[in-house]
Design a protein around this ligand. Structure first.
Ligand SMILES: [Zn+2]
Length: 273
């Protein structure tokens, strides 16, 4: 661990790669996880975090750890806990990277900084984009499932994947804007890369085994939605009856509605009346 604050801790993952694990139950300054990846010709910060102070703090950490200012900030998706600190994130000479879908959906957030979003470099939503940092490359992979436009940031030389909110660990995922079948598919594809470290959008750093447990949870939620439809009960009823799979009882809920939201999202996709 190289930094520890009430809102989160920064862990060194590999040479020039750090992950932030936020603690939203303590303090909401950063709110989501994220990271820093340094190469010879640039320093990339992943996410713009929940507040300007949080994003500024992360930029300071990048300077402290790498000796250089961030050159790029990458948004994994548009949710406010990942974009609320955009004004702080782009201070200095920082290039903002986001898919056009993420950029446009972010405009709908409360207090969205439209002039900053207008300057974002659009990421391809079909093919991966390479960010060449001289001695290392980051591959930005377009995906979908948590929202209509998600990306993962992959560092193949160190076997690290920054997953955005496609992966959660120790906290039940938010299905508010999910396309559930796409979410499961995206996570399975990511898992197939057999990376050593997965940085989830929320919760502690994950290894392959924790991503497998999370895939099991996604499948369990799908099964609960199928059972609810067979029984003809509502998502509200199914959500109130839902219990986490064995061994996951310590997972926390950001919001008490999250089981209902998840099952409802599946039932909608499955064509519930
Ligand atoms: Zn999030």
């Amino acid at each position: 661990m190289v930094a520890s604050e009430p809102w989160g801790r920064i862990e060194r993952i590999a040479e020039g790669i750090w992950g932030l694990v936020s603690d939203p139950f303590q303090d909401r300054t950063t709110l989501c996880n994220g990271g820093i990846v340094a190469g010879r010709s640039g320093v990339v910060v992943i996410e713009a975090f929940g507040s300007d102070e949080g994003a500024r703090w992360m930029n300071e950490q990048a300077r402290r750890l790498t000796g250089r200012s961030p050159t790029h900030v990458v948004l994994t998706h548009y949710h406010g806990d990942h974009t609320g600190g955009l004004r702080g994130a782009v201070e200095g000479d920082v290039e903002l990277l986001a898919t056009p879908v993420t950029r446009d959906l972010t405009r709908g957030n409360r207090n969205a900084p439209n002039p900053i979003l207008n300057l974002a470099t659009p990421l391809d939503t079909i093919r991966p984009t390479e960010i060449d940092l001289g001695d290392r490359s980051l591959i930005i992979v377009p995906r979908r499932g948590h929202t209509d436009s998600d990306i993962t940031v992959e560092v193949p030389d160190a076997s690290v994947v920054f997953c955005g909110d496609l992966v959660w660990n120790g906290m039940f995922p938010n299905y508010m804007d999910a396309i559930p079948s796409r979410l499961t598919q995206a996570v399975r594809l990511m898992r197939a890369t057999s990376a050593s470290t997965y940085v989830p959008g929320h919760g502690p750093l994950s290894d392959a085994a924790s991503v497998d447990r999370y895939i099991n949870l996604l499948d369990d939620v799908e099964a609960a939605a199928h059972r609810a439809m067979e029984r003809g009960i509502t998502a509200e009823q199914a959500g109130s009856e839902y219990r986490l799979p064995a061994g996951m009882a310590d997972w926390e809920l950001f919001n008490s509605d999250y089981f209902v939201t998840a099952i409802d999202s599946w039932m909608t996709e499955l064509g519930a009346p």
